[in-house]
Design a protein around this ligand. Structure first.
Ligand SMILES: [Zn+2]
Ligand SMILES: [Zn+2]
Length: 915
């Protein structure tokens, strides 16, 4: 029978099964011609080298919640997935593999190397896709894209050629961040800066034809071999007499001029600086102003070049040591001081980058940033959370040109040809792409030099920065530059969800590229997404960033094997309050696994009891035909719990829809959690238990109808948050026979007719009463099953009436033997009293617990607490302990002490009551 539910909730089996069904049946295929308002979103394409990490898990969960919610709410929904070729990251991985085989890419040649990367991609790339399918993300896999696929290759070529023709892409010899390990230029964003302890060397340069010296300070002495001047500030009195003279560059005996430049900082070092135009960006600019020679003393792999004379062939750091030694020997090293400085590191391989003068391709950013600034200022693009808006605007306003060329082989090769005769550049004729050897390349290769007509053309060897193609992602995945049906229907996308760590790398570039390249006359038409939601970062339980070196990385796939995807999703969602990072611990996940279990057991209980009413000849169709939902709540003898649960459903539905509308995922999850666990399982089902197999057939049928309708409705509310559990249980319901998936049902909208403030108020009073009884029992340690007598006093007639009308349920859920109701004050007597504004309740524990034994027990407990409090106080008063223990231990101890004091106070009060 379909509705049989196994005893144990086994998420692994359920999740694997449904994930496969959703994928195989192409359940989330978008229909461009479908009905309804449009909702579209692109997946931030993970690297093809990647594996799901906890950050992806958070991101995919948030997107999936919104997508499932919108789809169920009747939107024509597209979630477009895909992967990024991740130029430098992938090339580094494959190079590492080759090294193991003793191979170098230079020996293999470009074509063979590319073949190896594709082979590697076919084998181990796409692991992340399998993982995503297993996680059940509801994207449209039929529209999956890869940045090197022919249509996307063409989009990249088209974008490059357009920007080139418009003069926004140019080639030039400039200072770039250079990684000597990867042997490529890097953008500013790919260079991370670390604060490190370095040294400042003070070196004496003799002034030619005199005994004078000028001392310069440098953090990189090896670059002095490329010095072409010494510079001082024009108003620096100390050096005025030296301006215009020649200095003799130590170790080379080359003569270089002493020049005056206003950019020199008089406070740094000695106020005189060496000028090395080929190895420092500021010196490069100064060299341009003073027409200085550029002497490159290093090779691309970080060794000293032939221009370094005697030091040629040495590694850059070995050369540094040797040069310092030689200067010392010649008496030219004045002194060395320690110097904290910021060092640029290659984000990919962690090698110290070298500023290097080289010919690269650049994209002019100011003209592209201007419309983006306008879009944000005019709120045509909204940024959530609000504090990121200013950061975004500041970056766009101060943007610098972007170095887009990389000296790599894996990526989109620049469609420009250089002439062997005249050196002119000829672009590809158009952006057409052909497939050769299974991969895309530009088809419209020029035959003749555009300037001199020569046939000696060679294609530029560089590829584009991987973020150039990611920057086109919303356009290229929807078919641009063709005006496809998908582009017309789903562009601009509704929303982008990404981590704030890639705001500049990716989000900003999509905004600029989209605004410049998309068809359409207005910003509204061209903007790639209308809303940008930046999610938090997942940290470890102590709030530390997860990292392999710290060993605190949580592998989501391991967690899922242990607790299930739904539990992890829910934990991440509940904790994702906007603007705060998430401190994730296994206990959190465990508690949401318990939540899933609670719902599972509630369902099992229902189906177990269903047999009883079926035995009385009631058919499932009578209880739960699909159309029955619309007529709930059905009238029953005891109407209150039903009026109340449907009123609660109306309220939580509104809260959840509101919260999701403004990305308050945590709030939506809290609401559904408390509804399901508290209202539905702990109160509603408990309340109804005796009525489920009622002797009154009509009443039992109405009760069951309400129960099924409410349960089905609540499962739909929960579905975006826990898709697997809800799908599994939903199919067990009698009213869903033949339906394909809960994810294709309507998302609940609030029914005004269900709202019933009177029922909610009444049930709140009853709950307060039952909870008060339970609390007193727990405090007195009354045996769980032992019924005790109670007395209630209330001046309000309607409260007394309510209590009398619901005496059965109060006695049952409060485990009371009797409840005496009076209108005045409670008479003096034994027992413990709890009061609210509406009633006073006394539990008569005399018959259940012995006051003398209780008093003795409490006194013992009081003694124990006194000792405990004293010892903790002493510990916290100890300065040595305070200064040595980690702050969190101290805080924890303080918190426990505060709790013990409250417990102590309660015991004192309880003893007073007893005596
Ligand atoms: Zn590197
Ligand atoms: Zn030519």
């Amino acid at each position: 029978m379909a509705r049989e539910i196994p005893k144990a909730y086994e998420p692994q089996e359920i999740e694997r099964r449904w994930a496969q069904v959703w994928f195989d049946e192409e359940l989330y295929r978008a229909d461009a011609r479908g009905q309804g308002e449009m909702f579209s979103i692109v997946l931030p394409p993970p690297n093809v080298t990647g594996s799901i990490h906890i950050g992806h898990m958070l991101e995919h969960t948030q997107i999936d919640i919104l997508v499932r919610w919108r789809r169920m709410s009747g939107f024509k929904t597209l979630w477009l997935p895909g992967m990024d070729h991740a130029g430098i990251a992938t090339q580094v991985v494959v190079e590492r593999e080759l090294t193991k085989e003793g191979l170098k890419r230079e020996q293999m040649g470009r074509e063979e190397f590319e073949r190896r990367v594709w082979q590697w991609k076919a084998e181990s790339g796409g692991r992340i896709k399998k993982q995503m399918i297993r996680l059940g993300v509801s994207c449209d896999w039929t529209r999956e894209r890869f940045t090197l696929d022919p249509p996307l290759y063409r989009a990249v070529m088209e974008a490059f050629l357009r920007l080139y023709r418009e003069g926004l892409i140019y080639r030039g010899r400039y200072m770039v961040n250079w990684c000597p390990r990867c042997q490529t230029a890097l953008s500013d964003l790919e260079t991370v800066h670390e604060q490190r302890e370095g040294k400042l060397w003070f070196i004496r340069y003799p002034i030619a034809g005199s005994n004078e010296m000028i001392t310069v300070a440098t953090t990189r002495p090896e670059t002095m071999l490329g010095d072409t001047a010494v510079a001082v500030h024009p108003e620096d009195e100390r050096y005025r007499n030296l301006i215009g003279k020649m200095a003799v560059l130590p170790l080379t005996n080359r003569q270089i001029p002493v020049i005056a430049d206003e950019s020199v900082d008089r406070e740094f070092g000695t106020g005189a600086v060496k000028v090395t135009p080929a190895h420092d960006p500021n010196d490069f600019a100064m060299g341009q102003r003073h027409k200085l020679a550029e002497i490159d003393v290093m090779t691309p792999d970080g060794h000293m070049s032939a221009a370094a004379g005697a030091y040629a062939g040495m590694g850059r750091f070995a050369a540094r040591e040797k040069i310092v030694e030689d200067l010392k020997a010649q008496g030219l090293l004045e002194r060395v001081t320690n110097h904290a400085m910021s060092v640029g590191i290659c984000d990919r391989c962690k090698t110290i980058i070298e500023p290097r003068l080289s010919v690269q391709w650049f994209c002019k950013m100011k003209p592209l940033a201007a419309p983006g600034i306008q879009a944000v200022q005019d709120s045509l693009l909204s940024v959530v959370p609000e504090n990121q808006k200013k950061i975004f605007l500041d970056w766009l306003t101060n943007i610098r040109d972007w170095c887009i060329s990389r000296q790599l082989w894996w990526g989109h090769r620049i469609p420009i040809w250089h002439c062997g005769d005249c050196g002119a550049m000829t672009p590809a004729r158009d952006s057409r792409v052909e497939v050769a050897n299974g991969r895309a390349q530009i088809a419209s290769v020029p035959e003749k030099c555009a300037k001199c007509g020569s046939g000696k053309l060679t294609q530029d060897p560089d590829v584009l920065d991987t973020w150039f193609s990611s920057g086109l992602w919303p356009l290229s995945t929807l078919g641009w530059p063709d005006e496809t049906e998908d582009l017309r229907t789903f562009y601009p996308t509704s929303l982008l969800i990404s981590g704030y760590d890639i705001l500049f790398f990716w989000d900003a570039r999509m905004v600029m590229m989209g605004l410049h390249l998309a068809p359409g006359a207005t910003i509204e038409e061209r903007i790639p997404f209308r809303e940008l939601y930046l999610h938090a970062i997942v940290r470890d339980p102590h709030g530390m960033k997860m990292s392999k070196t710290r060993g605190n990385v949580v592998d989501p796939l391991e967690i899922i094997e242990k607790y299930g995807t739904d539990a992890l999703r829910f934990a991440l969602t509940v904790m994702a309050a906007p603007g705060t990072d998430i401190a994730l611990s296994e206990e959190h996940i465990l508690s949401y696994r318990a939540f899933a279990n609670k719902i599972w057991n509630a369902a099992r209980f229902l189906f177990f009891n269903l047999e009883k009413i079926e035995a009385a000849g009631v058919t499932l169709e009578e209880l739960a035909a699909p159309e029955i939902r619309a007529k709930a709540p059905y009238a029953t003898r005891d109407g209150l719990p039903h009026q109340w649960i449907f009123s609660r459903l109306a309220a939580v539905t509104e809260q959840i829809n509101d919260a999701l509308e403004s990305f308050r995922f945590h709030e939506a999850a809290h609401v559904i959690y408390h509804f399901f666990w508290g209202d539905f399982c702990d109160w509603y089902i408990e309340w109804l238990k005796p009525n489920l197999a009622s002797q009154n057939r009509e009443d039992a049928i109405a009760t069951w109808r309400n129960l099924f309708a409410a349960f089905e409705y609540a499962l739909r509310l929960l579905h975006p948050f826990m898709p697997f559990l809800t799908e599994e249980l939903w199919h067990k319901l009698p009213q869903t026979a033949g339906a394909k998936s809960i994810s294709l049902q309507g998302f609940p909208v609030s029914h005004g007719s269900w709202v019933n403030p009177d029922a909610e108020r009444s049930v709140t009073v009853l709950q307060e009463l039952i909870i008060a009884a339970r609390n007193i029992r727990a405090e007195l340690k009354v045996d769980n099953k032992k019924k005790v007598g109670a007395e209630l006093a209330s001046k309000e007639a309607d409260v007394r009436g309510l209590v009398e009308a619901n005496l059965d349920v109060i006695l049952r859920l409060g485990t009371l033997s009797a409840l005496k109701v009076t209108s005045g004050k409670l008479e003096a007597g034994d027992g413990v009293v709890r009061s609210t504004s509406q009633f006073d309740l006394r539990i008569q524990f005399g018959e259940a617990a012995d006051p003398k034994a209780e008093t003795a027990k409490l006194k013992k407990e009081k003694e124990r607490l006194e000792k405990d409090v004293a010892s903790k106080q002493q510990r916290l008063a100890d300065d040595t302990f305070r200064s040595r223990a980690p702050a969190e231990i101290v805080r924890g101890l303080e918190a426990t002490l505060a709790e013990r004091r409250i417990e102590y106070q309660k015991i004192v009060e309880r003893l007073a009551q007893l005596e």
